[in-house]
Design a protein around this ligand. Structure first.
Ligand code: SF4
Length: 144
């Protein structure tokens, strides 16, 4: 039998959970509600987290735009996804809520911008670009 102690983060009460797994059977103790039970089970079998980071911006009023996943992603993929996001670059303008990467790492979750970054005023003529590729047309590598 494996046993894990954890704090439920689904509400500010923060119940102390004890989650036990024996074979296929998982039991959760210490929860005051069903959300805690669900949280405990998920933490035991497939823990997930929302990831927040920044992505580099080209030709923007700011060099970075804050981003987050629009749903929790599996914890086991977080370090690979962080490394991937560190290498991304988008071209301004970027709008708040805009999808930066669709279906990141085939998780069914999108990476979205959480603020707007306008194009720099010093750029002169508007740039014309043609974007190709699946998933995200804003990635600089996909645009010519
Ligand atoms: S078990 Fe329920 S009451 Fe307790 S912290 Fe989780 S969500 Fe809140």
């Amino acid at each position: 039998m494996s046993k894990k102690k954890m704090i439920c983060i689904m509400c500010p009460i923060g119940c102390e959970l004890t989650v036990s797994k024996q074979g296929e059977k998982i039991t959760v103790e210490g929860n005051r509600c069903l959300r805690g039970r669900e949280y405990g089970i998920n933490e035991m079998v497939n823990p997930r987290r929302v990831l927040t980071m920044s992505v580099k911006v080209e030709n923007g009023e700011m060099d970075l735009v804050s981003v987050r996943t629009d749903a929790p992603i599996p914890k086991k993929l977080i370090y690979d996804i962080i490394e991937y996001i560190k290498k991304l670059k988008v071209k301004a303008p970027v709008k708040r809520g805009e999808i930066i990467v669709k279906n990141i790492f085939n998780t069914g979750v999108n990476l979205i911008a959480t603020r707007t970054v306008e194009k720099t005023k010093m750029g002169g003529e508007d740039e014309i670009r043609t974007c190709t590729g699946s998933g995200n047309d804003k990635l600089s590598g996909n645009c010519v």
